[in-house]
Structure formats: C-alpha cells, structure tokens
Write a protein that binds this ligand. Structure first.
Ligand code: ADP
Length: 365
C-alpha cells in the first residue's frame, strides 16, 4: 500500500517534470531557430531546410536530456535533504499526537541539508521535553492528590466507625467528632488550595490591582494568628515602615502573608519569636517574615516551593505542602522575588520583594 503510494508519487513528480521539460525544450528550440535565422543574414549564407530541421531536433533532444539529468539529480537531492528530514519530523509529530512525548529527533547531517531543518528539530525536541515534563507533573500531581486525600479519609472512616459504638462516653464522642471535623477541614483546605493553584497556574486569575497600604494588610493578616501566638506564648516583633502603599492585587497578596505567618507559627516552638519587617524604596517593597523555629536543612529548602512537598513529616497533619507552591506562584505572577534563609534549629526567614508599581500608584492616587 505504502509502496504503491510512493510509486504514484514518483510517477506524478516525473510527469510534472516531463511537461515542464517539453515546454522548456520547445521554448529553447524556438529561440535557437530565431537565432539561426538572424545568423544566416549576418553571415550571408542561407541554411537549407534540412540543416534547420536537424539543428532543431538536436537542440530539442539536448534540452530534454539535460533537463532529465538535472531533474534526476534534483530529485535525489530533494529526497535526501528535504524529504527524509521532513519524514522524520512528521513521524515524531504523529507520535506526539498519540501521546508519546519521549520521542526525540536526531539532528540532520550538516552536509547538503538546509540548516533550518535542524532549527525546527531543535524546537520540536524542546517542545517534546517540556510536554513530557508536564505529563510527569500531571501524573505526580494526581498521585499526590490521591495520596493526600487518603489520610484524612481514613481518619474520617475510623472515627466514624468508633462513633457508632453504643454507650460511648461523652468525652470520647466529642474527641472523635472533633477528629472527624479536623480531617474534613483538612480535606476542604486542600481542595481550596488545589483549586486556587490550578486557577493561578492556568492564568485564570487576572490580578485585580488597586492601591492599598501594605503595612495595614500585613498587620491584619498577622492579627489572625493572635490566639495562636498567645496559646504558644510566642513573642512578636514588628518593624513596619509607615505609609508603604502598593498597586497590586490585595487578595492574592494576602495569600502570601497568610501562608508565611501560618508556617512561622506552625514551625516555631512555644516561647519562640516571630518577626515581621516591612521596608520600601521608590520601586520595591520588601517584607521579611522570620521565626526562631525548627528551621530546615538546605536539602529541604531546595524543595519547599514544590507542590505537596512537606519537609517536616511530624507536622504533616497540619498542612498539605501546597502553601508555599501557592506563595511562589503569586509572587511570580506579581513579578516579585521570594528568598529563604534557614538553618536547622536556628529558625527561618522568608523575604518577599514586590514591585510597588509607582507609576500606577501616581495615576491611581
Ligand atoms: P505545609 O506547611 O503544608 O507543610 P508548605 O508548602 O507551606 O506546606 O511548606 C512546605 C515545607 O516547607 C514544610 O513542610 C516545611 O518543611 C518547610 N517550611 C515552610 N516554612 C517553614 C518555616 N517557617 N520553618 C521551617 N520549615 C518551614
């Protein structure tokens, strides 16, 4: 089937070329005839009809032969330098269409091939690499979500079964019910975070920027943890520059502060300290949230912005490893920067630098 198609293609190429040769030969012969008739006047000798017919025939045959030789050479050249790389590219693209992103196309030999093919191959290879990365991430993401859902669901199931026991003391009933409420809250929080992250990653959230006082927002966010710092007897230290306004999406930014504070209080032992500083220059506002908590190793620090990554397994029940992934995404959307300094046992400091968008600030004042 394939062979018949290939033969058909060769035939059609040659028939097209043949019509073209005949036309070229006819035009060239006519030109030669005109040339001969012009020549006989200037040399002063009349050519016989027979001489002219022979000259016409020789010209015609020569042109046809030369054209066939040239066309064959061109056909072979095209076959090796154009058709082969095109076939390799289309084969790889077809595999990608079928979902195989592990295909890679070997570059064509430099000799005789148009280098543009190597440029196309390079781009397609990069695209395949990106797509296979995305595919792995998607598969990991699903595996992670399923894994993360299993733990709270198991808790709900177990405590649900325990609650069914008759004559359960009131104290136990409250304890089990609380465990179920906590586990379902964790599930709900995880779903909310996944949805937020998904919308942020798919660019479905368009920042709704407005001018607001960043210091005030930070204080409001910090105050939400008042009961926690009182319960854990954590000292709070703040150094907030006054009147630092920014032109940004307040709702998105509050996600950043809430996650940083929540981690700072979560990873700081009783009697520790959490500090907040806000400073600014003309262009940037810098927020630093530091704590005297357990800190983290360089290895943990290298992964904290990945989805579902949790460095401290002992506190795994208090989060789902999505907080800092969300923080990073928001900071990226705002074209800001986030950095972390930490040492095991010495505490952690997150520094976020965001653009104040001073031009827009002036316009919106
Ligand atoms: P979660 O807090 O739900 O585990 P995050 O994405 O917020 O997830 O954080 C990821 C990991 O980064 C945490 O599991 C922890 O190991 C580490 N981490 C984040 N903030 C701190 C902090 N302030 N001190 C120590 N470790 C931290």
């Amino acid at each position: 089937m394939k062979k018949a198609k290939a033969n058909e293609k060769v035939l059609s190429t040659f028939s097209n070329f043949f019509i073209f040769f005949l036309l070229a030969a006819f035009v060239t012969t006519c030109c030669i005839m005109l040339f001969i008739s012009a020549l006989q006047d200037s040399v002063g000798r009349k050519f016989t009809q027979e001489e002219i017919t022979i000259a016409a025939k020789i010209t015609m045959i020569n042109v046809v032969l030369i054209s066939i030789v040239m066309a064959t050479i061109d056909y072979l050249r095209r076959k090796y330098t154009v058709e082969r790389p095109v076939k390799r590219i289309t084969d790889a693209a077809s595999k990608m269409v079928e979902g195989d992103f592990n295909v890679r196309i070997a570059p064509t030999s430099k000799w005789g091939t148009d280098d543009s093919f190597n440029e196309i191959i390079d781009v397609i290879n990069k695209m395949a690499k990106e797509l296979s990365g995305v595919e792995t991430l998607r598969a990991d993401f699903i595996a992670n979500v399923s894994h993360e859902m299993k733990t709270p669901l198991a808790v709900i199931q177990n405590y649900g079964t325990l609650l069914q026991a008759p004559e359960l003391p009131e104290e136990k009933r409250i304890e089990y019910a609380k465990a179920i409420t906590d586990a379902s809250r964790r599930l709900a929080d995880m779903m909310t975070n996944i949805l937020k992250l998904n919308r942020l990653e798919n660019q479905q959230i368009y920042p709704k920027s407005a001018v607001f006082d960043l210091g005030e927002q930070l204080c409001e966010s910090l105050l939400q943890y008042e009961s926690t710092w009182e319960r854990k007897n954590i000292e709070i230290e703040t150094d907030i520059a006054e009147g630092v306004t920014v032109f940004a999406d307040a709702e998105l930014l509050s996600l950043v502060w809430n996650n940083l504070f929540s981690n700072a209080f979560k990873f700081t032992e009783d009697g520790g300290k959490v500090s907040l500083t806000l400073s600014a220059d003309e262009a940037y506002a810098t927020v630093r949230v530091s704590d005297t908590g357990c800190g983290m190793s360089a290895e943990v620090g290298a992964h904290i912005f990945e989805k579902f990554y949790q460095g401290d397994s002992s506190r795994a029940t208090q989060g789902n490893g999505l907080g800092l992934a969300l923080v990073k995404r928001v900071v990226d959307i705002m074209q800001g920067e986030i950095g972390v300094e930490s040492a095991v046992g010495a505490g952690t400091a997150f520094t976020v630098r965001i653009r104040r968008n001073t031009d827009e600030l002036e316009e919106n004042r």
